[in-house]
Design a protein around this ligand. Structure first.
Ligand code: PMP
Length: 444
């Protein structure tokens, strides 16, 4: 095996039927063994609690890291893939004529196939590597929307969107004379699809919604959203930032048109993320940034462009980031997204149950939220909650979570948010609840 083949991410662990994670040799790379179609766990036994915190060197014993919705900690296989790439196999991609660069190109493109497989894309060419979800949405706004929308058209968003699924549309809408509508939420904090359906008209060209809310954890009925959008001839973009780390995602089954996510919330590195788009849409999208790697031929008279995805990847990409992302996908698929979802659902239920018993705690979002619990304590600013919890070695997020319109809709400036990942367990919930009881005693 050549040296770059060794950095091709091996799936760090895999259920072998005993429930024990198994090491996997690089030779058994999942790149040669697509996981799609792999039987998923079906009973409670297979969904036994995860016990993988030892894979995460940056989580010391006794520290409850409950901010995975902001960014996930990194498992050792991801750290190893990144380190190995810089240590032993590093070179540029796509341009070098020497073997090392050709090998790195193979590894980089294998990572793209890994992502395509992970989200159910028809081909690796449907995956554009970007910096993260924010850049992916800006790409769709500046390239697709800027050329396919015109004055009088409308975009439908929802009240719970992250700023990165609001502001890029505002920038382009202002320029084009396009209007933005905002779907309200149900009382329990889901996007109100009945209301959204009633708002949609033939003028709507795009519906852009969070697959999972980063504040409330509400899971969108994405298939219904796709039906509704398509019925009026609109495209559906799903912001999958909070979905891909905790739910199996298949863009074909969801029937969406664009899907975006960030690697760092999926246990991968920062600075790498993905846009998936239907190939006919990608083919009809002009470049949005110019530079190396995105061209076919350049002259001062006329420049022609490479086909997708290269057309959208100007400049030297985050080569090692892509390898790290592929390793992260190996890692989560090795555990199983269904197991992760079941694990986080249990943690959410435990947390909501325990916090719900404290009188001064107000819980936001639906009971079946995915991996995220937002709350407020009467008379205590969420920042104070966060600071006191930090003293108790519990790391939560407090603030507006880049969702100021949602905060306004909830009638608060900020919330406290505990969000879970594969490394969390009941002890973290106990530490959270004990910390909040302490807050209520201090402020009580
Ligand atoms: N959308 C959602 C739902 C998010 O949670 C986040 C990150 N908090 C983003 C978009 C933006 O992701 P990034 O900052 O990685 O581009």
């Amino acid at each position: 095996m050549n040296e770059v083949a060794q950095v091709l991410p091996g799936r760090g662990r895999e259920g072998d039927g005993t429930g024990e994670p198994q090491a996997m040799s690089p030779a058994a790379s999942p790149l040669r063994q697509p996981l799609r179609g792999r039987p998923l766990p079906v009973n409670g036994e297979d969904l036994a609690p995860l016990d993988v915190v030892a894979d995460f060197p940056a989580i010391p014993p006794g520290w409850a890291y409950l901010d995975t919705a902001a960014t996930a900690q990194k498992p050792q296989p991801v750290i190893d893939a990144i380190t190995r790439a810089y240590d032993t196999t590093y070179a540029t991609v796509h341009r070098g004529v020497y073997a090392r660069s050709a090998d790195m190109t193979l590894a980089y493109e294998a990572a793209r196939r890994r992502v395509a497989d992970f989200v159910g894309a028809g081909s690796a060419d449907e995956i554009v590597f970007v910096r993260g979800a924010t850049e992916a949405i800006n790409l769709v706004a500046q390239s697709w929307a800027a050329t396919h929308l015109k004055v009088g058209d409308r975009i439908l968003l929802s009240m719970l969107e992250h700023h990165s699924n609001i502001v890029p549309w505002q920038l382009v809408a202002e320029r084009l004379g396009v209007a933005i509508d905002v779907a309200p939420l149900t009382a329990d904090g889901r996007i109100d699809l009945d209301a959204a359906e009633a708002m949609l008209t033939e003028r709507h060209k795009l519906v852009a919604l969070a697959h999972v809310s980063n504040v409330l954890g509400s899971v969108l009925d994405a298939h219904r959203a796709a039906d509704m959008a398509h019925r009026v001839g609109a495209k559906l973009l799903l912001d999958g930032c909070q979905a891909v780390p905790r739910l199996p995602v298949d863009v074909a089954a969801l029937d969406c048109d664009f899907y975006v996510f960030s690697g760092h919330k999926l246990y991968g590195p920062t600075g790498i993320g993905c846009l998936w788009a239907r190939p006919d849409l990608l083919d009809a999208m002009p470049p949005w940034q110019g530079g190396g790697a995105m061209i076919d031929r350049v002259s001062f008279e006329r420049t022609t462009y490479a086909p997708a995805p290269a057309r959208f990847e100007a400049g030297t990409p985050h080569i090692v980031g892509a390898l790290g992302l592929a390793a992260a996908i190996d890692y989560v698929e090795g555990i199983g997204l269904d197991r992760i979802h079941a694990h986080e659902t249990t943690l959410v239920a435990q947390a909501r149950e325990a916090l719900g018993r404290i009188n001064s705690v107000r819980l936001f979002g639906p009971a079946d939220s995915a991996g995220i619990v937002s709350f407020a304590i009467e008379g205590v600013h969420p920042h104070d909650v966060g600071t006191i919890l930090d003293e108790a070695k519990v790391a939560i997020r407090a603030g507006h979570h880049c969702a100021q319109p949602l905060m306004a809709a909830l009638g608060v400036d900020a919330t406290a948010r505990a969000s879970f990942g594969v490394y969390n367990g009941p002890a973290d919930i106990e530490a959270l609840v004990a910390g909040i009881e302490r807050v209520t005693r201090i402020f009580g």
